[in-house]
Design a protein around this ligand. Structure first.
Ligand SMILES: C[S@@+](CC[C@H](N)C(=O)[O-])C[C@H]1O[C@@H](n2cnc3c(N)ncnc32)[C@H](O)[C@@H]1O
Length: 194
């Protein structure tokens, strides 16, 4: 038993080290990886406000809406909404294999949830009526360009914590996290010039 545990821990250690080396190599040599946000789920007031505001829109419409989370992580924003609003469609895009699998597993019973394992910049945002996202500042300009290229006329975007510099802001919701003030940025007319 002790031998088994010893071998198991050694193999685990080796695989983990290889994984970390692979992550380091990607971070060193691939610019896109350096600019992209790591996995941190939305939580606290930001999560509450975004799900509340999106929930209000979905509850007050008779049309079927599509809600997209590019970089959906483990589906923190999408899954609770998808459970509450079975009449609307939810799409998550995630390039990390582990968070992608976790979202698939958590949402396996939801017929209105699609999870795509891919780079968001290789996917289309054209179906989205609402985008919810939690990304990172170095990515926001490229993200804004992609949103503008693909957006439907009435698209609404809720961005947790990070502003999209090349899209005109419609509303800023301030939230308090411990001693920090965080913001949710809302964009209602992505075609309006700055
Ligand atoms: C900060 S987490 C946010 C997770 C989730 N949206 C939430 O609010 O809880 C950002 C996620 O975006 C993913 N991501 C980063 N760049 C991406 C890309 N280019 N394509 C797809 N996913 C990406 C990361 O792997 C990570 O899981």
């Amino acid at each position: 038993m002790t031998n088994f545990l010893y071998y198991f821990l050694n193999i685990f250690n080796m695989l983990f080290s290889l994984f970390m080396i692979w992550v380091m190599i990607k971070l060193l040599f691939i610019k896109e990886y350096r600019e992209c946000p790591p996995y941190v789920p939305s939580f606290g007031q930001e999560k509450k406000f975004i799900t509340q505001r999106v929930g209000e829109i979905l509850a007050n419409t008779t049309e079927t809406k599509t809600i997209l989370d590019p970089g959906c992580g483990t589906g923190t924003l999408l899954i609770s909404l998808a459970k509450k609003f079975p009449q609307h469609n939810f799409i998550g895009i995630e390039w990390g294999y582990i968070p992608y699998l976790i979202t698939k597993l958590k949402g396996r019973k939801l017929k209105n949830l699609t999870v795509i394992h891919n780079d968001m910049f290789k996917c289309s945002f054209k179906e989205a009526d609402i985008i919810v996202c939690f990304l990172m500042q170095p990515l926001m300009e490229r993200f804004g360009k992609k949103v503008k290229e693909d957006a439907k006329k009435d698209l609404i975007v809720f961005s947790n914590s990070f502003e999209i510099p090349n899209i005109k802001l419609s509303e800023k919701i301030e939230t308090n996290r411990f001693l920090f003030v965080k913001n949710i940025y809302v964009y209602k007319d992505v075609f309006q010039t700055l």
